[in-house]
Design a protein around this ligand. Structure first.
Ligand SMILES: [Zn+2]
Length: 229
């Protein structure tokens, strides 16, 4: 009986997939001893947790099931985050990791979204577009990059870099709770768009065979490919 149910599920997989994602795994970047980046008095681990909580509220209000990988100021290793996310891999889940950029120069500004798997292209593009629209931050691009949180999970995963804490204008906006609320709203709209429209109108990137991303990888994650959408 179990085998028959399994077969039916596989046979109807394309139809089941149309309503995806049915579960959103929310990852607030950094935490605990790992503060992440800083800039203009902002600390990344606090901004990510605040934005993640707002995202959780909005998804719940929209009727989208969700789970947070951290709900307080604790350190979780990246590989442990991947392992936690993978527990939901069979449940039509996606992973959304929230981060904020910090670089040595004050020039770079705006929103960018990273992904690796071809089946995360639409999620990345729709989130990126909606976050930029909702916040007014510069729409940099979606970037295909082999990161531990984009390459290693066995499910579609995106990493949103909401804005640059090291840019004075971005930082000033980020300091306002309304801006973090707008980021959460943009991510929610992107996810709802994926549920409604899937990959329609989005060019899927090709599959690339590559090893899992490791802690010893260069900090810039190797080759970065900017994708227009
Ligand atoms: Zn980060």
């Amino acid at each position: 009986m179990i085998a028959r149910i399994l077969c039916l599920c596989l046979a109807f997989a394309p139809f089941v997939h149309a309503a995806s994602p049915s579960l959103v795994i929310i990852d607030a970047g950094h935490g605990g001893k790992d503060s992440g980046g800083t800039g203009h008095g902002l600390v990344e681990k606090s901004l990510t947790l605040d934005t993640a909580r707002r995202l959780q509220n909005k998804l719940t209000q929209a009727g989208v099931r969700n789970v947070m990988l951290r709900t307080s100021d604790v350190f979780i290793d990246l590989d442990d985050r991947v392992a936690m996310a993978n527990r939901f891999a069979q449940r039509d889940a996606v992973l959304v990791s929230i981060h904020f950029n910090a670089v040595s120069s004050g020039g770079p500004h705006g929103t960018e979204t990273f992904f690796w798997r071809p089946d995360a292209t639409a999620l990345a593009a729709r989130i990126q577009r909606n976050v930029a629209r909702a916040t007014g931050f510069t729409d940099i691009a979606i970037n295909r990059r082999r990161l531990r949180l984009t390459r290693n999970p066995n499910l579609p995963a995106v990493l949103v870099e909401g804005a640059f804490m090291t840019n004075a204008r971005d930082a000033r906006k980020l300091a306002a709770p309304a801006t973090r609320e707008a980021i959460a709203e943009g991510i929610t709209r992107g996810i709802l768009e994926v549920r409604r429209h899937g990959e329609t109108g989005i060019r899927r990137v090709p599959e690339i065979r590559s090893p899992l991303s490791r802690p010893s990888d260069p900090p810039d994650g190797g080759k970065r490919m900017r994708i227009t959408y």
